[in-house]
Design a binder for this molecule. Structure first.
Ligand code: FO1
Length: 313
């Protein structure tokens, strides 16, 4: 079963890891959000791509979900002594990834090629593809004005309320041949339990990607989404607060509304089973299962559930 998963950071990476566990090698392609990317100390950093990379390689930091396990922070410590800003923390091992990426980009490789090289080097079975090769930068309009995504997310601790989002560079971006081919060959498409506004929306906004999903649906391929909101709360990150400040329902139903017309099956947590009739009234199928992924087995179980629910039609 060839599966394409659209993913943001930690929540998306966990489900992608579950899918990698239950699918045969080569069957999974993960298209990652690049709207969170930034340059730090001259290094090109791809937080969501790297979170997916490290999680699928089994080397992610288990307590944060981002960055690498067994990390050390000597470079950051020294940068701080030199008077450089250190609010966006790059571990020593993580920096090796960015140096690898920098050298290859400078040599003229596309971000997609570098991502595939990194996956191969770390022994990842899945293909991890950036949503686009051209830079796209998510910005959020907050009570403090327009902010670059990581300025909002890390530097200001997601404290300012978000009232609008935009994806700078999106018009010049395009689905890469690799993403277009993956969507054209897909037998199932999964929207991971990632933030609908700043993780999944930028991917869908890349010219060609939404059309790729709709083309797949016309061939009978099902698009399945998993709610990142459980019991009215985001499992990680600010999705619940964004739903509220954007004037939406702070629930799995609020997320389902964002995916109306795009998704065939919406999967929410058992604790939200009471919302199933309202989700179905949006014109999509809906199912409840245990969506909390506390360990590797929980990730694989949710992935297997999705494959079973999608096949049940
Ligand atoms: N998140 C933080 O909360 N603080 C950090 O200092 C930080 C550094 C960082 C470095 C590399 C990387 O790949 C991710 C990092 N993240 C950090 C996570 C990142 O901001 C978020 O995962 C996302 O962009 C939201 O999905």
């Amino acid at each position: 079963m060839r599966v394409v998963a659209l993913a943001g950071g930690v929540g998306g990476a966990k489900l992608a890891h579950g899918l990698q566990q239950v699918l045969a090698p080569g069957e999974l392609t993960v298209v990652v959000n690049t709207g969170d990317d930034l340059e730090v100390h001259g290094l090109p950093v791809c937080p969501d791509g790297d979170t997916v990379l490290y999680t699928l390689a089994g080397v992610a930091n288990p307590s944060t979900g981002w960055g690498m396990a067994d990390e050390t922070w000597a470079v950051m410590g020294q940068l701080g002594r030199l008077g450089e800003p250190t609010w966006f923390a790059l571990g020593d091992r993580d920096i090796a990834t960015h140096l690898f990426r920098l050298a290859r980009l400078r040599a003229g490789r596309r971000p997609t090629e570098v991502s595939l090289e990194l996956s191969r080097a770390l022994g990842v079975a899945a293909r991890i593809l950036p949503m686009a090769d051209r830079p796209v930068r998510t910005q959020v309009r907050t009570t403090d004005g327009w902010l670059a995504f990581q300025e909002y997310f890390v530097h200001r601790h997601q404290e300012p309320e978000v009232h609008e989002t935009r994806f700078d560079g999106i018009d010049a971006a395009a689905a890469t041949p690799e993403v277009a081919d993956a969507l054209a060959a897909a037998e199932l498409i999964v929207l991971c339990p990632s933030n609908p506004f700043v993780s999944i929306a930028p991917i869908l906004a890349v010219p060609g990607i939404r059309a790729g999903l709709q083309g797949a649906r016309r061939r009978g391929v099902r698009v399945v989404a998993v709610s990142p909101i459980v019991g009215g709360k985001a499992l990680k990150g600010p999705a619940d607060r964004m739903l509220a400040s954007l004037g939406k329902d702070v629930s799995a139903l609020g997320v389902a509304r964002e995916y109306r017309g795009l998704v065939d099956l919406f999967v929410l947590d058992r604790v939200d089973a009471g919302l199933l009739p309202e989700v179905r009234a949006l014109g999509m199928q809906a199912a409840a299962t245990d969506t909390i992924m506390t360990d590797d087995a929980g990730r694989a179980r949710l992935a297997a559930d999705l494959l079973r629910l999608a096949a049940a039609g």
